[in-house]
Ligand binder design. Structure first.
Ligand code: NAD
Length: 271
């Protein structure tokens, strides 16, 4: 399988390390795409002996079967539709971008028309298989509480506006409590999981998102509550943050790897 990666950060590095070790079998990274020649992806590509590109044309020229987007909402907006239209499967990690109904619809239409796979993996959460099954019967309420240590909330404009001193926080602070529709765009690097939960479940308007900075926790902790006709589901994840990027959980990085394994597999156990 020929794979392209958009982004040169924590997830991209983990990918490249595992692929170099042969953990994913017959997979070759044909290109790493960054925004400019100054992007981190350039050094990463050099380190792993891959081609570095800065535009869609360069990426497509390397003939990937699958492109992993591990970059940003902007990267999804810029590249995902064109890739799908060209018949290239896309694994989207920055799923929060799909909170924009117009963009999501364009991606879905491109995938349907070309037959290329659009795959938004579970990322840092679990339970989407049960949620999807429960939704067929009927689900009344879904809530996700995203709690991370203060360091994970730095450099987010919406957090900055609230004038909370993250270095001196002594108790849990709720930044947001409301519909995922309004909350997801406020934290573009932190709550992509709320987007995938919304899309797999009852949608952005009905899914409730709570966003919390908590100095008492070490893990990126996510609590999911689902209530519906098939019963109630409670899930609590305590994810180890990536050492390079406290906003990103290790589990999310591995979710991307697991997604790639599934792309060409004729066998599925769970989702
Ligand atoms: N779905 C999930 O559960 C989940 C979990 C963790 C992270 N994520 C998302 O996955 C993405 C990658 O995560 P990460 O931890 O590797 O981030 P990171 O910040 O470590 O790296 C992101 C990289 O992408 C590059 N980039 C940004 N915009 C780009 C663009 N338009 N084109 C090309 N390159 C671009 C940056 O320069 C950087 O090198 C982020 O959007 C993050 O929010 C999703």
């Amino acid at each position: 399988m020929r794979v392209g990666i958009i982004g040169g950060g924590s997830i991209a590095r983990l990918f490249l390390e595992h692929i170099r070790r042969g953990d994913l079998g017959d997979v070759k990274v044909v290109a790493v795409a960054g925004q400019s020649a100054a992007s981190r992806g350039k050094a990463l590509a050099q380190e792993f002996g891959c081609v570095f590109v800065t535009d869609l044309g360069g990426l497509v020229a390397e003939r990937p079967d699958v492109v992993i987007e591990a970059a940003s909402h902007q990267a999804v907006r810029e590249h995902a539709v064109s890739l799908l239209e060209k018949g290239i499967a896309v694994i989207v990690l920055s799923g929060g971008a799909l909170c924009d109904d117009g963009l999501r619809s364009a991606l879905e239409q491109a995938a349907i028309k070309s037959g290329a796979l659009l795959y938004v993996p579970s990322g840092g959460i679990a339970g989407l298989d049960a949620l999807k099954a429960a939704c067929i019967a009927g689900v009344d309420a879904v809530t996700i509480t995203v709690m991370k240590p203060p360091a994970a909330w730095k450099n987010i404009p919406f957090v900055g506006e609230q004038k909370v001193d993250l270095d001196r926080l002594t108790a849990a602070h709720v930044f947001y409590d409301g519909p995922a529709r309004q909350g997801v765009p406020l934290f573009p690097q932190n709550v992509n999981i709320a987007a995938v939960l919304s899309m797999a479940g009852i949608g952005f308007d009905k899914t409730r998102l709570k966003v919390v900075a908590d100095p008492a926790i070490k893990h990126n902790t996510h609590e999911i509550e689902i209530r519906g006709k098939t019963g109630n589901i409670t899930i609590r994840l305590q994810n180890v943050p990536s050492p390079d990027n406290p906003k990103t959980a290790w589990l999310a990085c591995y979710s991307a790897l697991a997604a790639l394994k599934l792309v060409k597999s004729p066998i599925r156990y769970g989702t």
